[in-house]
Design a protein around this ligand. Structure first.
Ligand code: SF4
Length: 690
């Protein structure tokens, strides 16, 4: 009954990185409905099923409402005073005994910029280390690493609405209809108007129905495929010579080096490596290179491999030789998985970079930051910290003693979970701050009840660099508190108090002082609509397309990185004859902490499965609905079979949201040497019928 609605609060969706603007209707202190906000980008009134119905978790009876302390092996309720005193004492003791680098923190892509900014400030100034990272390391780290080196920014170069108006779109390793549904609505509209869509994916996705062409390479052969496309582009002189001469470092000399490297990737050789027919490779190269404008959306399929950085380099090489970047409706856009995965890195939750992507080694920036933060310059470490998986590996080897996790659930999201589990058990002290019990709180010494997105003010940054307001709609349940207030209190109890911020707008103002890309933004400016960074001054309108005048590299030019295809380090063997791929589905979200506590979403689907090709199923003698055991050299799980020709023979696919069948029991923690990402997409496994 809408007449009983007490208030309507405009905020930003808590799920994917599209950043849809929603209006929460509140009655009797509870959210009763979620509507899309019309006339405002990026969604203009549209919402997917998660934005429309996914708020139910906020009022779940399973919410954490009291701090919990482990006593005699059990987590028992405690007061805030008891919990914070214990945490401050334990972390201080560990720092004193083993040094600042024995401590680490996981920030959260589900928390606001203000929460994350305060969290990284805490890790840097109170712990005194740069050991801070979060889930971006598990998703787009290699994309960002390659983009930073090649073009100078790791963020998407265009606006979400450009997905409708570009002439050609390559979607590679990204199930965009299920993972970024509202961005996909722009793509579908573009397709209806004649946009050419090239899907590159080893697994069928719903976008294939809209595609001009679908290239289905074998898992782990992306570099070969893209080198093959670049060779075809060069062979047909679809190259933008003037762009290369004026905007690429080394000009034609650098181009000739790339040309020489890709020469061996003839369509026939590329077909042999990738399994993609030579004619399709030629067609895709022609469609992309000859389009007037073209964009690329790249996802986890490209990044979550030990060759992830090289995969994205090869993609960027193709973009640069055709000059399809630095102008409207041309560029590269990595749609972000979580709502604030862009923002958390922007505000400094990175082991090697301060807010605004400034290296920790930059002395001048450290001096400026120390002054703004009011801390001695010497307190800020110039040593890059450990990344997410490295923190776990260091805990396993006894080098990390204390870990503070805010809103992350590594016991589902990290690779090689059996190893992660052992590492967490070895910690002297683990604090988890979250809104629910998770698979990770089982190992915590203290659990702190935090606020959901609907209970806090602040900002998120979406996939097109749009800073968007988050507004409080309802109160926290029980004794739960806003994340930044918990961290703020802890800093004081550890003897290093932060300023007395009166509200989140004041935190943002401080953040803007140390983050040049958002220096011109304030909460007040975001009242009506979001602003895309870079926005250097209060008068600046924001930037919809990047690199129109220069790339954000030291020289202002982009850089080609010729890279060779190499075989994956883990391949099918007689013992483990299948390659397992993993990913997301429409109705669930990451580790399931939020989406699986929504009745509406779980009514759609709520059980794990593995997709097996019909020919493999017939060889195994298994039918849809039957159960199988899947085993890698790291671990094992049991799940239900779904037979479909969505995957190639010899390849499997599983959604990774489900605790009942934890895919990451099977994955590896071998890392890409440049980005330190783990290869979630490629695990050799065997299948046994139960
Ligand atoms: Fe939320 Fe993403 Fe769906 Fe938009 S597309 S409603 S941001 S989950």
């Amino acid at each position: 009954n809408l007449e009983k609605v007490e208030k309507r609060v405009r905020t930003t969706c808590p799920y994917c990185g599209v950043g849809c603007q929603i209006e929460l209707l509140v009655q009797d202190g509870k959210i009763v409905r979620s509507n899309g906000v019309e006339g405002v980008l990026p969604n203009d009134g549209r919402l997917c099923v998660k934005g429309r119905f996914g708020y139910e978790f906020v009022h779940s009876p399973e919410r954490l409402t009291k701090p919990l302390i482990r006593k005699n092996g059990e987590l028992v309720e405690a007061t805030w005073d008891e919990a914070l005193t214990l945490i401050a004492t334990k972390f201080s003791e560990l720092k004193e005994k083993y040094g600042p680098d024995s401590l680490a923190g996981y920030a959260s892509a589900k928390c606001t910029n203000e929460d994350n900014y305060i969290f990284q400030k805490f890790i840097r100034t109170v712990f005194g280390t740069n050991n801070i990272d979060y889930c971006t390391r598990l998703c787009h780290a290699s994309t960002v690493t390659a983009m930073l080196k090649s073009i100078g920014d790791g963020a998407g170069s265009n606006s979400i609405e450009d997905f409708e108006t570009t002439d050609c779109l390559i979607v590679t390793g990204n199930n965009i209809i299920e993972t970024h549904p509202i961005t996909a609505t722009y793509v579908k509209r573009g397709a209806a108007k004649g946009m050419k869509i090239i899907v590159i994916d080893p697994k069928w996705t719903p976008l294939v129905a809209y595609a001009t062409i679908w290239l289905q390479p074998r898992l782990g052969t992306d570099v070969a495929l893209l080198n093959g496309m670049v060779r075809e582009i060069i062979a047909n002189n679809w190259v933008d010579h003037s762009f290369i001469e004026s905007r690429v470092e080394g000009g034609m000399q650098a181009f000739l080096e790339l040309k020489e490297l890709v020469e061996k990737y003839t369509p026939e050789v590329t077909e042999k490596i990738t399994g993609v027919p030579a004619q399709k490779i030629k067609d895709a190269a022609r469609i992309y290179a000859t389009a007037k404008t073209a964009m690329v959306a790249t996802g986890m399929g490209m990044s979550q491999q030990v060759t992830g950085t090289h995969n994205v380099f090869s993609l960027l090489n193709m973009i640069l030789v055709t000059g399809k970047i630095g102008k409207e409706r041309c560029g590269i856009d990595p749609p972000r998985g979580q709502n604030n995965v862009q923002g958390a890195t922007d505000v400094g939750c990175h082991p090697a970079m301060y807010p605004g992507y400034i290296p920790v080694s930059d002395v001048e920036n450290r001096r400026k930051v120390a002054q703004v933060w009011g801390v001695p310059f010497e307190r800020l470490s110039d040593r890059p910290g450990l990344t997410t998986v490295e923190i776990i590996q260091a805990a396993y080897h006894g080098k990390i003693k204390g870990l503070y996790i805010m809103g992350e659930n590594p016991m589902i999201s990290d690779p090689n979970l059996n190893h992660t589990e052992e590492a967490l058990q070895k910690l002297d002290f683990l604090v988890v701050q979250d809104i629910f019990h998770t698979e990770t709180t089982r190992f915590a010494h203290v659990v702190l009840p935090a606020s959901s997105w609907a209970e806090k003010n602040g900002t998120f940054v979406n996939s097109d660099r749009r800073v968007l307001r988050v507004r409080k709609a309802v109160d926290c349940p029980g004794d739960a508190r806003e994340d930044w207030r918990i961290i703020h209190e802890l800093a004081a109890r550890m003897g290093k108090p932060m300023p007395n911020y009166r509200n989140e707008a004041e935190i943002f103002d401080e953040l803007a002082m140390v983050t040049p890309i958002i220096a011109g933004i304030s909460h007040a400016r975001l009242e009506e609509h979001g602003i895309q960074w870079p926005c250097p001054t209060p008068e600046h309108p924001g930037t919809s397309t990047l690199y129109t005048d220069r790339f954000n590299t030291p020289t202002g030019k982009a850089k080609l990185f010729p890279v060779e295809h190499v075989d994956q380090t883990e391949r099918a063997t007689p013992e483990y004859p299948f390659i397992l791929n993993s990913g997301r589905i429409l109705y669930h979200y990451h580790t399931g902490t939020m989406s699986r506590r929504n009745k509406t979403l779980t009514n759609f689907t709520n059980h794990p499965y593995v997709i097996i090709h019909p020919n493999d199923a017939s060889k195994l003698g298994v039918k849809t609905g039957e159960r199988v055991r899947i085993t890698s050299s790291r671990g094992t799980l049991e799940t239900q079979v779904h037979i479909a020709d969505e995957v190639l023979e010899g390849e499997l696919f599983m959604p990774w949201h489900y605790t009942e069948a934890q895919v990451n029991r099977l994955t590896r923690d071998e890392l890409d040497p440049y980005s330190r990402i783990a290869p979630f997409k490629i695990s050799a496994v065997k299948v046994e019928v139960l």
